[in-house]
Design a binder for this molecule. Sequence first.
Ligand SMILES: [Zn+2]
Ligand SMILES: [Zn+2]
Length: 348
Amino acid sequence: MNATKAYAAQAATTPLAPFNFERRDPGPKDVQIEIMYCGVCHSDIHQVRDEWGGSIYPMVPGHEIVGRVTQVGDQVKKFKAGDIAGVGCFVDSCRTCSNCQAGLEQYCDNGMVATYNGREKVTNQPTYGGYSTQIVVDEQYTLTISPKLALEGVAPLLCAGITTYSPLRHVGVGKGHTVGVLGLGGLGHMAVKFAAAFGAEVTMLSTSRSKEADARKLGAHHFVLTSDAQAMKKVENHFDFILNTVSAQHEYATYLNLLRTNGTMIVVGVPPAPSAVPAFNLIMKRRSIIGSLIGGIKETQEMLDYCAEHNIVSDVEVIRVQDINQAYERMIKGDVRYRFVIDIASLK
Ligand SMILES: [Zn+2]
Ligand SMILES: [Zn+2]
């Protein structure tokens, strides 16, 4: 077994604190990774605080993991010691259902095994995530990462990156499309980068004028302040797609009206309560709403390769693990541009 240092929550109401546990020895198909960076996702806070129910404690969060391979099992083909590797939101799935067979493991009919706050298939032991010094994962669920990119900026691609890349690819965003990105946070800033890289005309839709300069730097061609009624009127019936990243309570109907005929709103943010969808807002222009969850292993690899080729990384603020509780408080206030990433060297 492998002694591992981590930060964990012992209960929904306690701050994260140091925690030691053992990782399994790598099996024949496993990759052992010494973690270098782990991104901090808003879902970490929801799960640490048991806001979605069913949380398992102690909990070591973290599903935006980048590190260096230290050891591989004798059947591993893709990795060797010294390679850079990544782990995203899940570390296993049933491998046999139609979704797993189609490379859509995130929609596994029997439930994917979350990187943390999940249970391992064979042992039923809780999974522990990336706020830790190392992780052992089946190579089939481990991603190859180019050493060319700044690795702290790569970590958030494993969740925030694929969450926005996958639906934009699914609906075929490209040249000639108008895309609105609603909300400029961890997800929104990646959505702007990808939509612009795919050739679309991108508009940032934000509640905060202070985000305009950043939005343009990230690649947005236009900025609309959503509280400005006149500016909103100008983009009615305008967008082919709106990528809705907002997790605060809001009215979908307001933004559906910005879609042109056959336009699609893609929902990736999760507000705490349902938002009403008046049928007329859909019917009058044959609009649709779809949802999307992260991405499968094959597409996540494709996204990482695309980012290496096009030099795309997340904009990050690197922190020490000892500062994680303050970082959570800042995230809740929206005070991060645009992702905290833990330097795991601070744990050693
Ligand atoms: Zn996440
Ligand atoms: Zn499955």
